[in-house]
Design a protein around this ligand. Structure first.
Ligand SMILES: [Zn+2]
Length: 341
């Protein structure tokens, strides 16, 4: 299966209403970036014989495989030949093996220890989980040991199964997902609020955190300038190897008075900008603040782009030269690019 046949190109980012002093808070309620800095030391790529170029659908909002829009894609889709070896990206233990993991088909879930004290949304987390979906077959020894009720340890790089297209897939690929604190999506957690797997947040974050930053290649372009009664629009692109833009911060300032008039943040890992409290697809954007417009061809062989709309409601009367409008885009490793518009 070649790239491109698969649907889904993804799109991304988003936004949300925002809190003051976000950076100050972030240090206290979230240290995942520093935890993954340690974790990603020598992580394996999950399919032998493929690389970043084989990502066909990144993490983030995208058009749905059945034509709907704004479905939140929680993993990376990596294209590969049927039967290619899927390996554990880090050492861990088998948490679950499932023949029918919903749309994920044959799925393996591994559990891994955080190296230190991990925090997300203010909660202390013990484990992170990697999920490998759509497999054609499992490592049978692993399955047998798991069925005997043993704790099955898996080494980094060990084969756990083969690439296939079980579940909802239009061709062979791996849906590779990283979850923190809980192996369960928020919608499942809400059914079992007393479970030890309950965190109260949607646990999937960008699995690109397992890997070292490649090159710094984010570009920002103003597609539609701020005008009276018009939404402004910006295009954010990164290299196709790095579909990793993750946070967008907007600010409108009055330079004369030296005050910030409005702020808004989008954050993919934290689902800021979507209704992330209860829905399965996290599919509703808050269009009163800057939001991501899903593109049909967000990921090409050259780059990965998405548009952010700054709605006229948000722009209000602040479209003139009297005001400064600033957008900062951060990738998952924290690298920033700024545009004044
Ligand atoms: Zn997927």
């Amino acid at each position: 299966m070649k790239k491109g046949i698969f649907l889904i190109i993804c799109a991304m980012l988003f936004f949300g209403a925002v809190l003051p002093a976000q950076d100050a808070l972030a240090g206290k309620d979230n240290n995942l970036r520093s935890q993954f800095k340690e974790i990603r030391e020598k992580s394996s790529w999950p399919i032998l014989g493929t690389d970043f170029d084989d990502i066909i659908s990144p993490f983030g909002p995208r058009t749905s495989w059945d034509g709907g829009d704004f479905y939140f894609h929680r993993g990376l889709d990596i294209s590969a030949d049927e039967g290619a070896s899927i390996i554990a990206v880090k050492k861990g233990v088998v948490y679950d093996i499932d023949e029918y993991y919903g749309g994920g088909g044959r799925t393996v879930i591994l559990r891994h220890d955080f190296p230190g004290e991990a925090k997300f949304f203010g909660r202390d987390l013990k484990y992170y989980y990697t999920l490998y979906m759509h497999m054609s077959e499992f490592n049978q020894e692993m399955v047998d040991a798991f069925n005997r009720g043993e704790e099955v340890k898996i080494k980094k790089g060990q084969e756990i199964g083969k690439v296939g297209s079980t579940g909802n897939a239009t061709g062979p690929h791996l849906h590779f997902e990283l979850k923190v604190g809980s192996p369960w999506a928020l919608s499942t957690q809400l059914y079992y609020p007393s479970s030890e797997n309950y965190t109260g947040f949607d646990p999937a974050v960008n699995a690109m955190w397992f890997y070292e930053p490649l090159e710094k290649s984010t570009s920002l372009e103003l597609i539609r300038k701020p005008k009276e009664n018009k939404a402004a629009m910006l295009r954010i692109c990164t290299s196709d190897d790095q579909p990793i833009a993750n946070r967008v911060k907007f600010k409108i300032r009055n330079p004369k008075k030296k005050i910030t008039i409005k702020k808004s943040n989008l954050n993919l890992n934290k689902r800021k900008g979507f209704d992330a409290s209860s829905t399965e697809a996290l599919g509703e954007a808050d269009k009163s603040a800057p939001y991501v417009k899903v593109l049909d061809s967000a990921l090409t062989s050259e780059n990965f782009c998405f548009d952010v709309v700054v709605p006229k409601k948000f722009m209000d009367e602040y479209y003139t030269d009297k005001y400064k409008r600033i957008i900062d885009v951060y990738d998952i490793w924290g690298r920033k690019k700024r545009l004044k518009f």
